[in-house]
Each structure stands twice: as structure tokens, then as C-alpha cells.
Design a protein. Sequence first.
Length: 95
Amino acid sequence: MPLLTLTGLSKAYGAQAVFSGVNLTLARGEFVALAGESGVGKSTLLNCIAGLDAPDAGEVLIFVRREKLHTLQFVAGAGGLREVAEDDVAGGFAA
């Protein structure tokens, strides 16, 4: 199970798109670096992943821990960051 999954993540301020259609899957132990010039959306992307800023579209799934019968994940979307069970995500839960 991936530790972090971004699917179709997009964010804009007014008519200015910061990023659009970001997809990423990270497994436990993998590392990634964000690089770019000032103002290209690195901090905004991290804020969306952390739930400090809501993306305009897409979802962030963060695997937290596996319990006996289900997996707890967090979903960040336009409605904010909330915890969901694995069966809610597998059933097509959309933020």
C-alpha cells in the first residue's frame, strides 16, 4: 500500500493556475525532492498535502496505519482534511 498518493491535484489563485493534474505515488522508504524557482508552487503543493490548504481538484491519500480490519487514511480535498476507512476510498470516495 502506498504511503502517499496524489491524484489529479490542482490549485489556482483566481485565474492563475499554480499546478494542475499532479499525480504521485510514494511507497514507504521512498524519497522525492521538489525543486523549482520561487513562486512555482512548491510550498502550495506541500500545504495541500499537509491539509493546510485545500486543493481545487483531486485528492491526497495518506496512509497512516493498518489496524486489524481496516486501514486509516486521510483525504484532503476541497472539503478539507478528513480521516476515512480503506473501504470508503476503495468504494470511490471523492473529496
